[in-house]
Design a protein around this ligand. Structure first.
Ligand code: ZN
Length: 155
């Protein structure tokens, strides 16, 4: 999926999460936006990869695209790192929810993800689309509707 779809997906996941948790909506969603882009650190042409090119190239060289950073192991690492730095719960939860939304959206693409990395098994949803294609615009529109539906309960 493209960066804008991941961002809206991260926002949607966070506004839904806010409905079921006591977390501060703004802090959770801001962290969620970051988390929604974080897995693509493995791709130097991604939104986050262009911001931190050296780290992106290093991660890409070490793991390749859509492997380690698109796995459950990566989500676990995020949690461990954030607990070590004693960040607020909203921040770690937001990044985790945003990153999980990224993995779910990329699992809906034809290339899929290596969810169980280091196992090389590719995981994809039963229905997949091509990144940047017309169907992605439909998913983006659906995510925007989710944001408005669940977001109206926040304000
Ligand atoms: Zn990705």
């Amino acid at each position: 999926m493209t960066g804008k779809t991941h961002i809206i997906g991260g926002i949607a996941a966070c506004v839904i999460t806010v409905r079921f948790t006591p977390y501060d909506p703004l802090l959770l969603t801001a962290a969620g936006i970051f988390g929604s882009l974080l897995p693509d650190i493995c791709h130097s042409g991604s939104k986050i990869g262009r911001k931190i090119p050296l780290l992106s190239k290093l991660v890409s060289a070490l793991f390749g695209h859509r492997t380690f950073t698109h796995s459950l192991l990566f989500l676990l690492l995020i949690q461990v790192l954030f607990s070590l730095f004693h960040l607020p719960d909203e921040v770690s939860a937001g990044v985790l929810v945003g990153a999980a939304s990224h993995l779910l959206l990329d699992a809906a693409t034809k290339n899929g993800i290596k969810l169980l990395y280091p196992l090389q098994m590719t995981f994809r949803l039963p229905l997949t689309i091509r990144t940047g294609g017309a169907a992605e615009n439909g998913i983006l529109a659906g995510l925007v509707l989710l944001v408005f539906y669940f977001g109206q309960h926040i304000i």
